[in-house]
Write a protein that binds this ligand. Structure first.
Ligand SMILES: [Zn+2]
Ligand SMILES: [Zn+2]
Length: 883
């Protein structure tokens, strides 16, 4: 029962974090109970947890702990993502620091180095999650490159290929010349920059002196032009139908094609066509069977097809091309032109549209089913507005380029026959080519987009393609909690692949949380320097306090503002509970009461006071309030209204339990001259309140709850597996709520009077309470408590209050409080203020009325009214002085 004077969370948080895991209570055990399952959005192995993770994990943890305490078969499956390009870049950079070019190392050696790095840093996230109290089942921890998950990846790839949903195709991809890989549209960030529009004259063959002018923002690509296009209905260029033009600098004859790519309203109405370096031109090239001449290579340098510009960097080539056009008189003009420049989200290099052969997933048929799942309500988004965003993306979905030119990731299970060029897609490496029998097979060098494996996460982690018991029990998962930034990358892909391979949705609900922002509502970023590091603040304020601070702002559909003040006040909240526990324990010890706690409040019968043989009114009241709090918090967590849950718990613990209940209990204790004033009731209420608070503040509640635990034989080993308190109608005690409500009203009125009169809290006041209702009897019963709490001695008068302005009254209970000292003092202070203001007004009017220049100019009417006002003020002041 000993409890330290000061709340120091660092003293016990690490202990419970480890104890929970050692005791195995987070392990999901299959059984008959209702299932609640959730898979973690796997953090990248590259990093450590940031405050956004902590918000996400706190929300997940509250929901998970709540379900566990409801008695559900609860699984939170943890794990990490290999994060293809992000991880490869980290190790590439490390090697570069050692002076090693990773390409020189070779693929196998490089992969080894990444695994070594992963072994060293991969546990950082797990360690941090443990410290923050995340109640995951670590026995089921997964990594996207685990053998089981890799097998699932191969299985999915092969099955999609066999269904014709995976294909190889020539495609215009976004190429990063620095990362050396194709990147998806979603990995390209667009920035507005001031560029130029170059207008170039192309001479028309067979029409002496006739030129057409094309406009381009990328003149170096003209080296790869294979046509110019005009709109079929553009009358200005009718004479060009069937003709060719001469491509400047390259001296190549290229055709004029009729295509709607050319917009008569835009520019000159003539456009150059470069099928190898522009997405729209690529499509136009297809329509007209145009050759594709690649003039820029994978390194961003000009190819041999670039003629005199070969091997120049693309930007240098641009300068030379422009200079050469100018000297030949072919540059009509240069305009400033704002454009949206696509850059690699990873390294910032401008992306280059290139044609390459890649692997694709045909997404339309998969998307149709994933749309249907949301339309039919089998997947529900919360808040609901994300449904619209999901549809917009799914209806306009393009095929998904899944190959990446990287070394770190799942290698594509396809082998190229070196003899006959056959491509064999298989689960394991084939011994020979099925077409020609050759054994010279080489595996495709590319790896899969990292989202391919995370798209399988809800079922690959549960053992698929094996029909494991876990898969049968925990799929579909109940809920996904994630950020909006990966709605498309991840959530949509899981929906498509889960439905395709499991025949059912991967999750029933998707809760999209907000961003954590600073006090000025700014996003947190390293460049702004406003980043809150969860590991720093949890040491400073305690993990529970940071969790509580996050939860308080976590309303659905809004961002969360996290400030030092909020964490500080959450720490004060924890401290308040700590002190309440300390008070209870000390007094029980003095009274010789065992820290006995009932198995559950549901079976607890409040015990009577030893003096009165009645259950004390304050105990009846606190049970009733606790019951109301249980209703609010259960409903709030169920609906992801974490802020409501936090506020309900805060209001109950701080205001009702600490500010009122403990104070009333102290009073009872004194009245009973230190005998037992129903301590067991207090303990029962406190224990129930700890259980209610546990999902939000797991460490503090475990620490205190364990100190209450005496009869271990009948109690669960941890508050984390104790029952979550539920609302029960029969516990609501209207009589007790009314009675304590009356007491609260009177004390609050008296305190307000004292504050208004600016009276010393220690000064004992005297007054009268008037009422003609039964509230007076109630108040009279609590005269001692009122005297103690408000330091006012009252007379109780069952009559209407005398007519007087200086009264406080409350409509709810028909009570009028008259405290002459406080009210006179308040009145005197009000009058002093009034006198001061009148004095100022009078002085100001005097000044004006003595100003000769003003009097000379101002209309008589104005002066009259000012004199009138002055007289009024002086008479008012005189009256006040007389009083
Ligand atoms: Zn890049
Ligand atoms: Zn072959």
């Amino acid at each position: 029962m000993q409890i330290e004077k000061v709340y120091e969370p660092q003293r016990f948080e690490p202990h419970w974090a480890q104890w929970w895991i050692d005791s195995g209570i987070f392990r999901a055990v299959r059984g008959a109970n209702r299932v609640f399952s959730l898979v973690i959005p796997p953090p990248n192995v590259t990093g450590s947890l940031h405050i956004g993770h902590m918000l996400e994990h706190t929300e997940i943890d509250v929901t998970i702990r709540w379900h566990r305490m409801l008695g559900d078969n609860t699984l939170w499956l943890p794990g990490t993502d290999h994060a293809g390009i992000a991880t490869q870049m980290v190790v590439v950079r490390q090697l570069a620091e050692e002076g090693i070019n990773y390409r020189d190392l070779g693929r196998e050696e490089f992969e080894k180095r990444v695994w070594q790095w992963k072994a060293k840093s991969g546990d950082t996230i797990k360690h941090q999650m443990v410290q923050l109290g995340a109640s995951c089942d670590w026995s089921r921890e997964r990594f996207t490159l685990d053998p089981g998950l890799s097998r699932a990846v191969r299985e999915v790839f092969v099955r999609l290929y066999e269904k014709g949903l995976v294909y190889r195709g020539e495609y215009m991809v976004n190429w990063c010349p620095s990362c050396h890989t194709a990147i998806s549209d979603l990995e390209v960030t667009h920035t507005d920059v001031q560029g130029h529009m170059w207008h170039i004259r192309y001479p028309v063959n067979g029409l002496e002196g006739r030129t057409v002018t094309v406009a381009t923002t990328r003149p170096e690509t003209m080296l790869g032009d294979t046509a110019v296009a005009i709109h079929p209905k553009d009358e200005r260029y009718r004479d060009l139908h069937g003709r060719t033009v001469q491509l400047p600098l390259m001296d190549r004859e290229i055709p004029v094609v009729l295509d709607e790519l050319a917009d008569p309203e835009f520019g000159t109405g003539v456009v150059k066509v470069t099928p190898a370096h522009d997405v729209n031109d690529f499509e136009a090239g297809r329509r007209h069977g145009l050759p594709k001449i690649q003039v820029i290579d994978e390194n961003g340098k000009m190819t041999a097809a670039g003629g005199p510009y070969a091997s120049l960097d693309r930007f240098e080539a641009r300068r030379r091309v422009v200079a050469d056009l100018e000297s030949q008189g072919l540059l009509a003009k240069i305009e400033d032109y704002p454009l949206s420049l696509g850059k690699c989200a990873r390294c910032g290099t401008p992306v280059e549209p290139l044609i390459s052969t890649q692997w694709f997933v045909k997404t339309k048929p998969l998307a149709e089913k994933a749309i249907e799942a949301v339309e039919s309500g089998r997947i529900v988004f919360i808040p609901a507005n994300w449904t619209k965003t999901y549809y917009e993306w799914m209806y306009n979905i393009r095929d998904w380029c899944i190959s990446r030119q990287l070394w770190w990731g799942h290698r594509i299970p396809a082998w190229h026959c070196q003899e006959c060029r056959e491509i064999v897609v298989a689960r394991e490496m084939p011994a020979t080519c099925p077409r020609c029998g050759s054994s010279r097979l080489v595996q495709d060098p590319d790896v899969l987009d990292t989202w391919f494996s995370s798209g399988l996460w809800p079922f690959s982690t549960l053992g698929w393609p094996e029909q494991t018991e876990d898969l049968g029990t925990y799929y579909p998962t109940s809920l996904l909690i994630t950020g909006f930034d990966i709605l498309f990358f991840w959530v949509a892909r899981m929906a498509m692949l889960g439905i395709e391979f499991m025949g059912d949705v991967p999750f029933r609900q998707v809760y999209i949380h907000g961003l954590v922002r600073d006090a000025e509502r700014q996003k947190m970023s390293k460049t702004r320097g406003n980043v809150i590091d969860p590991l720093v603040v949890t040491v400073k304020y305690g993990t529970d306090a940071v969790r509580m601070a996050l939860l308080q702002g976590a309303a659905p559909g809004t961002d969360i503002v996290l400030t030092e003040e909020r964490m500080e006040s959450s720490r004060a909240f924890a401290n308040k509970i700590w002190n309440a526990a300390r008070f209870l324990f000390l007094n029980m010890e003095r009274s010789g009461v065992e820290p006995w706690v009932p198995e559950s409040l549901e079976r607890f019968l409040p015990e009577p006071d030893t003096d009165t043989f009645e259950v004390p009114i304050e105990d009846r009241w606190i049970f009733s309030r606790l019951n109301a709090c249980a209703e609010q918090v259960n409903r709030a967590i169920e609906n992801y209204r974490y802020h409501d849950a936090a506020q309900g718990l805060w209001a109950f613990f701080w205001h009702e339990f600490c500010d009122w209940y403990i104070e009333l209990k102290k009073q009872r204790f004194q009245e009973n001259s230190g005998l037992n004033p129903g301590w067991r009731n207090t303990l029962a209420a406190f224990e129930t309140a700890l259980r209610l608070l546990h999902p939000a503040m797991p460490f503090l509640t475990e620490e205190l709850w364990q100190r209450l635990a005496t009869d271990r034989a009948i109690r669960p080993i941890s508050v984390a597996v104790a029952l979550y308190p539920q609302y029960r109608q029969e516990v609501t005690d209207y009589e007790a709520e009314r009675e304590i409500g009356i007491l609260q009203e009177i004390v609050t009125m008296a305190r307000t009077l004292r504050t208004e009169g600016k009276l010393d809290p220690k000064q004992q006041l005297e007054g009268a309470l008037y009422s003609r209702s039964s509230a007076l009897n109630v108040a009279q019963r609590h005269a001692a408590a009122i005297q103690k709490l408000a330091n006012v001695k009252l007379e109780f008068k069952a009559e209407a209050a005398p007519k007087s302005a200086s009264m406080r009254s409350t409509a709810q209970f028909d009570l009028v409080l008259h405290v002459p000292q406080a009210q006179e003092e308040a009145q005197r202070k009000r009058q002093e203020k009034e006198k001061e203001q009148l004095g100022k007004n009078i002085a100001s009017l005097h000044r004006q009325l003595e100003d000769q220049a003003f009097l000379a100019k101002a209309p008589a009417k104005v002066i009259d009214s000012m004199r009138q006002k002055l007289a009024d003020y002086e008479s008012q002041l005189g009256k006040l002085d007389a009083q």
